[in-house]
Ligand binder design. Sequence first.
Ligand SMILES: [Zn+2]
Length: 263
Amino acid sequence: MVPQWSGGGPLGLTLGAVKASPQSQLRLLELADLDAELARLNHRRRSLPEVAELARLEARASELKDEVVITETELSDLAREQSRAERDVEQVRARIDRDRARLDAGQVSAARELATLQSEIESLRRRQGDLEEIVLELMERWEGLVSRRDELATERDRLGTEMTELADRRDAAFTEIDEQAGKANEQRGGVAAEVPADLLKLYEQIRDARGVGAAMLRAGRCEGCHLTLNTVDLNLIRASAPDEVLRCEECRRILVRTPESGL
Ligand SMILES: [Zn+2]
């Protein structure tokens, strides 16, 4: 795409249609400085380390939240399993008590029935032992999960504090940057008000396309791209009227003449 301002004058050194007084052209250098300052501030705002660090911590906080939910679910499943196991132990224990009561009351006298009852009590005790083992295992898993949940909660709290501190630091930096940007913008408004509309429009078109809209010609060199102009071009510039708006052929910025231009 060829930007409309590239039409230029003879040899592409001038911008043709737009003419502006040397004073107006000098204003462009102030504008370029302020625009560079604003771009620096904008970049600083976007690349604050606090912003990246906060994003990292937020991602971790969201992971933590999921892990807490998983642990809570496991805990409630385990609680159900535990009470089922405890109920089973109770049932077996009650049956043993009943059988023992029958034995103690002397309700069973036949030798065969007695033997059956005693063997039932023995197998119930084994069953009770197995079930109690399960209850113990469940308790150990419960304790493990509870301490896992506590660790997650501690990390979540620590993360929360860290994020609050970071957000405070980020906001303080934002405030400082925005204050500086506010001042620069205000200054820029003042300078821009003194630049003729057509020149300002041209400057802004170039700035939007190239990043920087104007540069000083200092000692025969474009301060924007550091190209040293050849004698032919310098002679052309010397011959140009002061209100001619020039541009650097290399970086296409508006090239502003000053007493330091070496002409
Ligand atoms: Zn240049």
